[in-house]
Design a protein around this ligand. Structure first.
Ligand SMILES: *[C@@H]1O[C@H](CO)[C@@H](O)[C@H](O)[C@H]1NC(C)=O
Ligand SMILES: *[C@@H]1O[C@H](CO)[C@@H](O)[C@H](O)[C@H]1NC(C)=O
Length: 303
């Protein structure tokens, strides 16, 4: 029973005192977020008779005010504090050139014990758009999946999207690259979700592929040519980027897709081979195909 009265006594007589001992710290005007490089003011309403009141950022004093004279001292020239209308009960802290460090918990604290705090959010970006891996040009080998992440500094996180070759189709970040049709010029767009601000950056993608299945044109595996005759055989394949080679019975004949035989001689009879080799480590890296060339004698009926 006595305990009950003591409890009521505490609630009614001490709680208001505790509340009075609590300062009020708020932004003026009240904002949901602050913007980098802008200015802002915090106001502290003092409810006790402290001789000195500090403004603190993450509990480190940045500016302090003497109640008697309203004189102030700051540790950084971005911060200025003082009394509003010379009233030592209403104090201000001006934050100039807001930077990322200002995204923190601010407090005002009197030496008699009163204090209050508030958390400030600084929005910024997009800045420093970049890729991971970092290059603006990327070589991809078909079938070996490669992803490219587009990054930027933003608070809160920005929307990040890709588009290809000026198309309006939106691609997700990170980009996932693995097939030949993905060769092209990509644009990463980073948009702030609150400010109307965006940055873009281009990425050039080259997908290396092939050689695909080889075919000859004309489509033969062996060919009969009469001595002295001419014949051109072209090897067809899809590849980016291959080196080509024709070899004959005796030597390397050509480093193009075409085997050109002119005024063919008997000693050119034999097995020919075509080889396509990708300059990158594609799978397979090399394909080859053989061609049997039969040189027939010209029978001279007239002498
Ligand atoms: C605050 O200002 C009033 C009026 O100028 C002054 O009388 C009082 O002493 C000051 N308070 C402190 C704690 O110095
Ligand atoms: C871009 O990406 C975000 C996710 O980061 C998504 O919410 C948004 O709808 C996308 N589209 C456009 C056109 O920005």
């Amino acid at each position: 029973m006595e305990y009950k009265y003591i409890f009521i006594l505490i609630v009614f007589f001490y709680l208001p005192v505790l509340i009075i001992g609590q300062y009020t710290l708020r932004g003026v005007p009240v904002k949901r977020y602050l913007v980098l490089d802008e200015n802002y003011r915090l106001q502290c309403d003092v409810t006790d008779s402290s001789n000195a009141v500090d403004f603190r950022r993450n509990n480190i004093v940045v500016c302090s005010i003497l109640s008697q004279s309203c004189e102030s001292q700051s540790t950084n020239n971005r911060y200025k504090c003082g009394c509003i209308n010379n009233n030592n009960k209403t104090l201000y802290l001006n934050i100039n050139d807001i930077n990322i460090k200002d995204d923190s918990t601010w407090s005002c604290k009197g030496n008699a014990g009163g204090q209050s705090s508030t958390t400030v959010t600084v929005y910024y970006g997009p800045e420093n758009i970049r890729f991971n891996p970092t290059s603006n040009n990327i070589d991809v080998i078909e079938g070996k999946s490669q992803s490219v992440n587009c990054l930027a500094d933003c608070n809160p996180d920005c929307d990040i999207n890709w588009s290809k070759d000026g198309s309006t189709t939106i691609l997700n970040n990170p980009l996932s690259l693995s097939t030949r049709i993905q060769t092209g010029v990509y644009t990463c767009t980073v948009k702030h979700i609150v400010f109307n601000k965006q940055l873009t950056k281009q990425l050039i993608v080259q997908v290396y592929y092939g050689p695909d299945e080889l075919t000859f044109s004309p489509d033969v595996t062996s060919i009969n040519i009469i001595e002295g005759g001419d014949q051109t055989i072209t090897c067809l394949t899809d590849c980016y980027k291959c080196n080509y080679k024709w070899t004959g019975p005796e030597q390397v004949l050509s480093s193009s897709k075409d085997l050109i035989l002119t005024q063919i001689k008997r000693n050119q009879d034999g097995n020919y081979r075509y080889e396509a080799t990708n300059i990158k480590n594609t799978i397979p890296k090399t394909r080859s195909k053989s061609l049997q060339v039969n040189v027939h004698c010209r029978y001279k009926y007239f002498t």
